[in-house]
Structures are given as structure tokens and as C-alpha cells.
Design a protein around this ligand. Structure first.
Ligand SMILES: Nc1ncnc2c1ncn2[C@@H]1O[C@H](COP(=O)(O)OP(=O)(O)OP(=O)(O)O)[C@@H](O)[C@H]1O
Length: 245
């Protein structure tokens, strides 16, 4: 058994070729211990989303490897990778990707249905309740605010009790009160359920909910802060953003 949920070893991701080639990630090595909450920050274009996509098995590194527990994800076939993502990983993105024709409870139940499991109504209601949407189960996305839709997306990610939850700006569309609720929920998932949270954010206050903040700059890891407050995180980010790429 390993205490590391996800480990990246010398991960590089290049896009394009010749004069148009971009190195989005450049030899990134990072370990995310089980049951911890990590925020990933850095200037625009520093590689945060690419890091998340590679760590979550949604994109393949050009070189290097990504392991989940003892499983080398970079060696899996597409089918094996799809199964691993379905069973063990959850995602919350800025674009909620809810299906417009389904109600909140049907959207939340979808990952279980896709995995061939029968979702219990009680469990669906439980996770909707956790994100404060117990009274919106029958609403369709078009009948909900952006923040409510984001919380449905979070409930959908929670329903399978994933070992690792990836969030790309999961609080980006939320007002500050709802954002705090979501962050408290993520914190609780790490503390009480031992789930591992990896979240990209531009918001130092959101990042201060994490145990650790990893900073990226120009596709490389540029240090980290442990248990830092929002002011220290903001100061570090401002310093990075002031450096010309
Ligand atoms: N599919 C792609 N094709 C070509 N270049 C890409 C692609 N995806 C990302 N890039 C480039 O890789 C670099 C890193 O992009 P990425 O989206 O990971 O940055 P980011 O830190 O998440 O940025 P932001 O904060 O603006 O969302 C950028 O220069 C971007 O233009």
C-alpha cells in the first residue's frame, strides 16, 4: 500500500510542433498524499489545467508518468483508463457539463448509471443535501442559477465517493457564501472521508482552505506553501505574476 494518491514523475506535455510548439508542462514531479487537499495556482498559461488533465488521466503526458496508488495510469489502455476514472476519480470543472434535459437528481445519478450501478434515491438526495440543494432535486439546469448548477456538478462528483477529486476553479462561478460552503465540503471530504482533493484556483481565499498550495510558473513547479493564509498566498502569486514569462 502507498500513502500517495497521485504521483507525477517528470511529466512533460507539449502541444504542436516546430515554431508553434508549446511546452505546457516541463518535467513536473509532484506527489499528492492521500487525504490531503492541494490547491494549484500560477499565472494564466502556467500549465495548471494541463497538470490537472494529465494527473486525472484525461490527457496523456508527452513524456513522464502518472501513477494512482500502485497503478501506472500512463500505461493503461483508453478503456482501462475510462474505467479507472469512472470508479476512482471525480471531476468538477468550471463548465459544469450538466445534461440540460435531465433534472438535478438525474444528473447526479448519472455516474452510477454509467457504471452500471443502480443509484439509490436516498443516496442521491443525501449528496444533493450536502451541497445545499435538497429542495432542487426536480429542477433542470436551465431552472437553476450558475452557483446551483455548479453545486449539482459537485454532487455528481461526490456520489461515487471518489478516492481523488479534481476541481478546475470549482468555486469560480459561486458567490462568496456558496463558495465557502463548497470549500468546507471539500475540506470535510479530505478530513473525514480521507479523500484526496486537487483544485486549480485563482482565488487565494479558496486556496487557503487547502493544506498545501503548489505554484506553477511557465510549466514548472515554482515552490509551495503549507498551511498558508490568504494574504501570504496572494503575495506569492502577485510576485509570480509580476515576472515576465
Ligand atoms: N490543446 C492545446 N493546444 C495548444 N496549446 C495548448 C493546449 N492546451 C494548452 N495549451 C497551452 O499550454 C499552456 C498552458 O495552458 P493551461 O491551460 O494549462 O494554463 P493555465 O495555467 O490553466 O491557464 P489559465 O489560468 O489561463 O486557465 C498555454 O500556453 C496554452 O496556450
Amino acid at each position: 500500500m502507498t500513502d500517495t494518491a497521485i504521483e507525477l514523475r517528470s511529466v512533460s506535455r507539449r502541444f504542436g510542433s516546430g515554431d508553434n510548439a508549446v511546452t505546457a508542462l516541463d518535467e513536473v514531479s509532484l506527489a499528492f498524499p492521500k487525504g490531503t487537499f492541494t490547491a494549484v495556482m500560477g499565472p494564466s498559461g502556467s500549465g495548471k489545467s494541463t497538470l490537472l488533465q494529465c494527473a486525472a488521466g484525461l490527457d496523456r503526458p508527452t513524456s513522464g508518468s502518472v501513477a494512482m496508488g500502485g497503478t501506472e495510469m500512463t500505461r493503461l489502455s483508453e478503456t482501462q483508463l475510462t474505467l479507472l476514472r469512472r470508479e476512482r476519480i471525480g471531476f468538477v470543472f468550471q463548465a459544469f457539463n450538466l445534461l440540460p434535459s435531465l433534472t438535478a437528481e438525474q444528473n447526479v445519478a448519472l455516474p452510477l448509471r454509467l457504471a452500471g450501478r443502480r443509484p439509490s434515491k436516498a443516496r442521491v438526495r443525501e449528496v444533493l443535501g450536502q451541497v445545499g440543494l435538497g429542495n432542487r432535486a426536480r429542477h433542470r439546469p436551465s431552472e437553476m442559477s450558475g452557483g446551483q448548477q455548479q453545486r449539482v456538478a459537485l454532487a455528481r462528483a461526490l456520489i461515487t465517493r471518489p478516492e481523488v477529486l479534481f476541481g478546475d476553479e470549482p468555486t469560480g462561478a459561486l458567490d462568496s457564501r456558496t463558495g465557502r460552503q463548497v470549500l468546507a465540503l471539500l475540506r470535510g471530504m479530505a478530513d473525514r472521508e480521507g479523500q484526496t482533493i486537487i483544485m486549480v484556483t485563482h482565488d487565494p481565499v479558496a486556496a487557503s482552505s487547502a493544506d498545501r498550495v503548489v505554484f506553477l510558473f511557465d510549466g514548472r513547479v515554482n515552490g509551495e506553501l503549507i498551511g498558508a493564509g490568504a494574504d501570504d498566498i496572494a503575495a506569492r502569486l502577485t510576485k509570480l505574476e509580476a515576472v515576465p514569462c
